[in-house]
Design a protein around this ligand. Structure first.
Ligand code: ADQ
Length: 785
C-alpha cells in the first residue's frame, strides 16, 4: 500500500480539501438525522421550516472507495486533495455523510478500529468501511478494481487480468459497503455511489431497500462494447449498475457505450435518457465533472502562492516551462510523452536552453506491480533524456515523483506557458481544467494547453491543441507550435475555455447530479393499478369465468430463440389445472402459428387462437379460419420487401404465417437490427398505406398482419360462445391492446397488462412470474385449497 503522506490519495479525484463546514455540521450530531444547532440557527429557528429543510437535506449519503480523509503513517488523519470531495461543496449547506475506506491501517492502528470509527464519525461525518484484511485488499482493491476493471475500462485489455477469486472479493467488499450504507441510511435517503470499485452496490442497495434513491457516477470511461464484453462478469456488473435510479457519465460517448453494452450483454433496450428495468425507469445522464475552482481562487490570493511564483520567476524566469501533472499511472501516457519530448528536443536544438519540461507525477497504487514497473521505466527514460540533452548548467526534464501543495501547484500552472496533458485514455482529466482556470490567477503568464483527444475534457476544451498521444511526431509538433504562440494568440484560444471551466466547476457538477437525483422518476403513462384483492374477489365470485391469456411474454418468458420458448412442465400443469376448474374456460391467444400451439398446448382443455386471431380451435376440435372472408392478397406484395431486409441484414429471417409476415431480428447485431427495423417500418408504412394490414414493431420483430383479424375479434367470438359472467384477458404486447379496448363494450371484462408501458388495461402485473403466481392463486381460490 502506498504511503499517504502526500496530500493526494492514490486516486486524485477522490482526495480533497475536505470541507471543514461539512465536517463541523456532522460533528455536532449524535443522531445523524437530527438538524445541527447551526442548521437550526440558519433556518431562523422556526421548527416547521427547520424540519422541512432537515428532512430534505439530511438524507444524502456519498459512497466512494476512499474517504476524503486518509490515515497517514502514524495513524493520523490527513485531508486529501482532488476533485470529488471538493465537488461536494457544490451541495452548499446540504449535509452529507460519507461512507468509504480511510486507507490501510498500520498493524498498531488495527487494534484501534473502534476509536478510529468514532473519530471519523464525530469529527469528519464519515463512516469507515475497513478493507485491510488480505482477501479484501488483494482481491477487491489490487485485484478486481485495479488490475481488472481499471485497465479494461481504459481500453487496456492486454493489461487486464482475470482471476475468478478476485470477483468474489469484489462482491464481498461491495456487500461490506452496502452493510454500512444500510446502517446509516434513513428512510428515503439519497445515496450517491461513486466509481468503478462499487459497481455492484446500486443493485445490492436496491434489493435491500427499495425506498432509497440511488445515484451512480462513473469517473472513468465506459469503453466500447468490443472491449467491455471481455469482462467475464459483464452481465452481473451491468445489473449491479441498473440498481440505480440515475447513472451518470462524463461524456455522451461513454453513455452511448454503456447503452450498447446493455443491449448486447443484457438484451436491455434503452433510450439516451434511460431504460425501463423491471418496471422502473432508470435515468441516464451526462455530467462532465469540473475542477475545484473555489480552492484555486482561495489559494492564489495567499502569500505562499505569491512566494512560489517569485521563486519560479527567479529560477526559471528566462525559460519556458512545459508542465505535466498527473498520477503515475499507465493510462496517463508518460512514456509516450517522453518519446515526444525526445523528438522535440532532438529536432529543436535551439530550444534546449530556453525550454524546460516539468513532470509532476504523484506516486499511485504502488502496491500494484504494474505501477511499480512503470515508475522504474519512467525514471530510466528520464535519465536517458537528460543524459542526451543536458548541458553542464541546464537539464531539460525535471521529474518530481511526489505530490505537491496546492499553492505550489497553482503557481506552476500560472507560470507554465504550456501544459502537456497527454493521457492515453482519461475519463475527464481535471489537470487540464485547472491549468485553464489558472490562466486568470494573479501573475499568470499566457499559456497554451496541449490535450489528448482521448481525454473526456477534449470535448469541452475546444481551444486546446488536440493531439493523438500515441503520435510522438504530432505531439512534438504541437509542443513547438504552442511555444511559438504569441501571448495574444494564446489568450485568444484560452479565454473562452476559461469562462467555460469556471462556470462548470466541481460545485456545479455536484449540484446538477444531486438535483437530477431529486427528480421523480419519469414513469411512463401508467393508469393501470397493480392486480390486487378486489380483482381476485371478483374472480372467486364468478360462476362462469373466462380466462384469455396471451402466450409469449405473458405465460412464457422471452428467450434467445423463439422456438426454445416451449412451455415448461410447471406451466403445463398450471394450465391443465386452470382448464379443469369448474365453471371456468381457458383460452390461449397468441401470435404464433397454429402448428406451434397444437404441438405444445394441443392436449390442454383450452381454446387456442393462433396468428393473433386468424386461426382458432375449440378444445379437441379442428383448426379453422376465424374470418374466412379476410383479404390476404397483400401477402405477395409485402413478402419481397421483408425478404430483401433479411438478405441485407445478417442474422434476420422472415416468418411466413397464414395471415401475417414477421421479420425477426433477434439474432442480428442489436444496434444494426434496431436501425434496420426502423427503416423497414418506414418503408412498409408507405407501401402498405392502402392495404388492409397493420404494421407493428414488437420485441425484436417487425410484423405485418391482417387488419381483418385481431385478438380483440377472437375475444368477441369467445365471449359469444361462452356466455360468461366474467372474462379476464391478460397480455403484454401491443396486439393484446385490441382485447383491452373491449373494456368499454363489456363490463364483464377485466384486463391485465403484463410489464411496463402505456396500456388500455385496468390492471397490471410486473412480469411472467407474477402472472403465474396470479393464476396459481386463482386455482387455489376456486378449488378452496
Ligand atoms: P484521476 O485519474 O486522478 O481522476 P484527474 O482528473 O487529472 O485524474 O485528477 C487528478 C487530480 O489530482 C487533480 O485535481 C490534480 O490537481 C491532482 N494532482 C495530480 N497530480 C498532482 C500532484 N503531483 N500534486 C498535487 N496534486 C496533483 C479520475 C479519472 C479522471 C477524472 C477524475 C474526476 O481518471 O479522468 O477526471 O477522476 O472524475
Amino acid at each position: 500500500m502506498g504511503k499517504h503522506r502526500s496530500l493526494l490519495g492514490p486516486k486524485g479525484a477522490l482526495g480533497a480539501l475536505y470541507s471543514a463546514r461539512t465536517a463541523a455540521a456532522w460533528s455536532e450530531r449524535i443522531d445523524p438525522f437530527r438538524p445541527s444547532g447551526a442548521e437550526r440557527a440558519r433556518a431562523g429557528g422556526t421548527w416547521p421550516l427547520v424540519l422541512l429543510r432537515w428532512w430534505r437535506v439530511s438524507r444524502l449519503i456519498i459512497v466512494s472507495n476512499r474517504l476524503p480523509v486518509q490515515l497517514d503513517d502514524r495513524g493520523g488523519l490527513v485531508r486529501s486533495t482532488g476533485g470529488l470531495t471538493s465537488a461536494m461543496r457544490g451541495l452548499g449547506e446540504v449535509p452529507h455523510r460519507w461512507v468509504g475506506w480511510p486507507g490501510q491501517l498500520s498493524s498498531s492502528a488495527a487494534d484501534g478500529r473502534e476509536a478510529l470509527t468514532r473519530r471519523l464519525r464525530e469529527e469528519q461525518g464519515c463512516e469507515p468501511v475497513f478493507i485491510d484484511d488480505e482477501v479484501a485488499y488483494e482481491q477487491f482493491y489490487e485485484g478486481y478494481s485495479n488490475a481488472t476493471l481499471w485497465p479494461l475500462l481504459h481500453y487496456m485489455t492486454e493489461r487486464a487480468r482475470f482471476e475468478p477469486s478476485w470477483f468474489h472479493g469484489y462482491e464481498a467488499v461491495n456487500r461490506r459497503f452496502a452493510d454500512v450504507v444500510l446502517e446509516v441510511a434513513g428512510r428515503g435517503a439519497r445515496v450517491w455511489v461513486h466509481d468503478y470499485q462499487l459497481m455492484l452496490l446500486p443493485a445490492m442497495l436496491r434489493a435491500a431497500r427499495p425506498d432509497l434513491r440511488i445515484g451512480f457516477f462513473l469517473h472513468v470511461p465506459f469503453p466500447s462494447h468490443e472491449v467491455f464484453r471481455v469482462l467475464p462478469e459483464r452481465e452481473t456488473v451491468l445489473r449491479g449498475l441498473l440498481g440505480a435510479d440515475l447513472i451518470g457519465f462524463h461524456t455522451f460517448g461513454y453513455l452511448r457505450h454503456f447503452r450498447s453494452a446493455l443491449l448486447r450483454s443484457l438484451d436491455q433496450d434503452s433510450m439516451p435518457d434511460g431504460a425501463l428495468v423491471d418496471g422502473r425507469h432508470v435515468r441516464f445522464g451526462v455530467y462532465p465533472i469540473g475542477h475545484n475552482r473555489e480552492a484555486f481562487d482561495r489559494v492564489t490570493t495567499q502569500p505562499r502562492y505569491q512566494a512560489q511564483l517569485e521563486e519560479l520567476q527567479r529560477d526559471f524566469g528566462d525559460r519556458r516551462i512545459v508542465l505535466s501533472v498527473e498520477r503515475l499511472d499507465y493510462t496517463k501516457g508518460i512514456p509516450h510523452k517522453l518519446q515526444a519530448i525526445d523528438r522535440f528536443l532532438g529536432e529543436h536544438p535551439e530550444r534546449r536552453k530556453d525550454t524546460v519540461f516539468f513532470i509532476l507525477a504523484v506516486p499511485s497504487r504502488q502496491s500494484v506491480d504494474a505501477y511499480r514497473e512503470l515508475t522504474a521505466r519512467v525514471q530510466l527514460a528520464i535519465g536517458e533524456l537528460n543524459g542526451r540533452y543536458s548541458t553542464f548548467s541546464r537539464q531539460p526534464v525535471h521529474f518530481y515523483n511526489r505530490g505537491t501543495s496546492l499553492e505550489r501547484l497553482a503557481a506552476l500552472y500560472a507560470f507554465a506557458e504550456v501544459a502537456l496533458v497527454t493521457p492515453l485514455v482519461d475519463g475527464m482529466n481535471l489537470v487540464a481544467k485547472e491549468y485553464v482556470d489558472c490562466r486568470g490567477a494573479p501573475g499568470a503568464r499566457p499559456g497554451t494547453l496541449i490535450l489528448s483527444e482521448t481525454a473526456g475534457a477534449a470535448q469541452e476544451l475546444a481551444g486546446a491543441i488536440l493531439v493523438n498521444p500515441y503520435d510522438a511526431q504530432g505531439v512534438a509538433r504541437a509542443i513547438a507550435s504552442a511555444i511559438a504562440r504569441t501571448p495574444h494568440e494564446a489568450s485568444a484560444a484560452m479565454d473562452p475555455m476559461r469562462s467555460r471551466v469556471r462556470k462548470h466547476d466541481a460545485e456545479a457538477w455536484a449540484r446538477s447530479f444531486v438535483g437530477d437525483l431529486e427528480l421523480e422518476s419519469r414513469v411512463p403513462l401508467d393508469p393501470a393499478a397493480e392486480v390486487g384483492d378486489a380483482l381476485l374477489e371478483r374472480i372467486v365470485g364468478a360462476t362462469r369465468l373466462g380466462l384469455i391469456l396471451d402466450y409469449d411474454g405473458t405465460l412464457r418468458r422471452f428467450v434467445g430463440k423463439p422456438e426454445d420458448a416451449t412451455p415448461e412442465l410447471e406451466l403445463l400443469e398450471l394450465l391443465e389445472r386452470l382448464g379443469a376448474l369448474t365453471g371456468t374456460r381457458l383460452g390461449i391467444v397468441s401470435g404464433r402459428p397454429e402448428a406451434f400451439l397444437q404441438q405444445h398446448l394441443g392436449h390442454l382443455p383450452a381454446w387456442l387462437v393462433a396468428e393473433h386471431g386468424f386461426r382458432q380451435r375449440v378444445p379437441g376440435g379442428e383448426w379453422e379460419d376465424a374470418n374466412p372472408r379476410a383479404d390476404l392478397t397483400w401477402l405477395d406484395v409485402v413478402r419481397p420487401i421483408l425478404e430483401q431486409a433479411a438478405d441485407l441484414t445478417p442474422g434476420t429471417h422472415v416468418e411466413v404465417k397464414k395471415s401475417a409476415l414477421v421479420w425477426h431480428y433477434r439474432r442480428a447485431d442489436p444496434e444494426f437490427g434496431a436501425w434496420k427495423a426502423g427503416e423497414l417500418v418506414g418503408a412498409l408504412t408507405e407501401v402498405a398505406a392502402n392495404m388492409p394490414v397493420e404494421v407493428h414493431r414488437g420485441h425484436k420483430i417487425v410484423e405485418v398482419a391482417s387488419q381483418q383479424v385481431s385478438k380483440g375479434a377472437a375475444l368477441d367470438a369467445l365471449v359469444q360462445s361462452w356466455a360468461p359472467d366474467l372474462v379476464v384477458a391478460c397480455g403484454d404486447d401491443r396486439t393484446d391492446e385490441s382485447m383491452f379496448h373491449r373494456r368499454d363494450a363489456y363490463p364483464l371484462l377485466e384486463t391485465i397488462k403484463v410489464g411496463p408501458g402505456a396500456t388500455y388495461a385496468a390492471w397490471r402485473l410486473p412480469g411472467v412470474a407474477a402472472v403465474r403466481r396470479f393464476l396459481q392463486r386463482i386455482v387455489e381460490l376456486r378449488t378452496g385449497e
